[in-house]
Design a protein around this ligand. Structure first.
Ligand code: HEC
Length: 207
C-alpha cells in the first residue's frame, strides 16, 4: 500500500512538473506569437481578452463610473479622435454627441468603412462596450486599427465620460446592488438576484 502510494505520489509530482514545463513553453510560444508592434504604435494599448466576463456587468460599472478617470482613458483615442463640438475629423471621426447616435453615420462627412456603415443600430452603452473591447470583433473589417480596451472598468469609465461630451443620456441603473434589500431582490426576476435574497434577509434578521 505504501509503495503504491509513493508511486502514485511520484506520478502526481511528475505530472505537475510536466504541466509546469508545458506552461513555461506555451507562455514563451504565446509571447513570441504576439507582434512586436501593432499596426499603429499607440501608447498604452491593452491586449484583448484581459478581464474576463465574471466581474460586475456594464450597467453596474456605469452606475459607479469614474468620469474623470474615463477622460484619462481617452488619451488612448485622442491620436485619432477629437471630441469637442464641431471638432475636425482626424484618422477617426469627431466623437461629439456620438453616444446614442446611429452607428457609422457620424457628422462631418467622415468616410466610414462599409463594415461600420452597414452595421446598423446605434451607439448604445452596450454597443460601445463591445466596440471598445474589440473593434475588429464588433465590426469585422473596420478601419479603426485599435486593439481594444481589455479592462471593463476602463471601458465603463470612458463610456461614461464620452456620454458627457454632447449626449448626456441617462445612465442605466446598476444591475443589482450587492446589498440588495429584500424588496429589490424580489422585484428583479433573474436567478442571480434571487440568490442574493437570502443574504439580504440574513443581514436584516441580524439587526
Ligand atoms: C488608430 C486610430 C484610432 C484610435 C486610436 C481610435 N480610433 Fe475610434 N475610429 C477610428 C477610425 C478610423 C474609425 C472609423 C472606423 C470605420 O469606419 O470602420 C473610428 C470610429 C470610432 C467610433 C464610431 C463613430 C461613429 O460615429 O460611428 C467610435 C465611437 C470610436 N471610434 C471611438 C474610439 C474610442 C473611444 C477610442 C479610444 C479607446 C478610439 N476610438 C480609438 C480610429 C481610431
Amino acid at each position: 500500500m505504501g509503495d503504491r502510494f509513493n508511486t502514485m505520489a511520484g506520478w502526481a509530482l511528475f505530472a505537475g512538473i510536466v504541466a509546469l514545463g508545458g506552461g513555461i513553453v506555451s507562455s514563451k510560444y504565446y509571447h513570441s506569437e504576439r507582434p512586436e508592434k501593432m499596426g499603429y504604435a499607440i501608447e498604452g494599448v491593452e491586449a484583448e481578452g484581459e478581464g474576463g466576463d465574471s466581474g460586475p456587468g456594464l450597467n453596474t460599472l456605469l452606475a459607479s463610473a469614474d468620469v474623470a478617470a474615463g477622460e484619462k482613458v481617452f488619451a488612448k483615442c485622442a491620436a485619432c479622435h477629437t471630441v469637442n463640438q464641431g471638432g475636425a475629423n482626424g484618422i477617426g471621426p469627431n466623437l461629439y454627441g456620438t453616444v446614442g447616435e446611429p452607428i457609422g453615420q457620424g457628422k462631418g462627412g467622415f468616410a466610414f468603412s462599409d463594415a461600420l456603415k452597414s452595421k446598423g443600430g446605434e451607439w448604445s452603452f452596450d454597443n460601445l462596450d463591445h466596440w471598445l473591447k474589440s473593434p475588429r470583433e464588433f465590426a469585422p473589417g473596420t478601419k479603426m486599427t485599435f486593439a481594444g480596451l481589455g479592462n471593463p472598468v476602463d471601458r465603463a469609465n470612458l463610456i461614461a465620460w464620452l456620454n458627457t461630451q454632447g449626449a448626456n443620456l441617462p445612465l442605466p441603473a446598476a444591475d443589482a446592488a450587492p446589498a440588495a434589500e429584500g424588496a429589490n431582490a424580489a422585484e428583479a426576476g433573474n436567478a442571480a438576484n434571487a440568490a442574493e435574497a437570502p443574504a439580504a434577509n440574513a443581514a436584516n434578521a441580524s439587526e
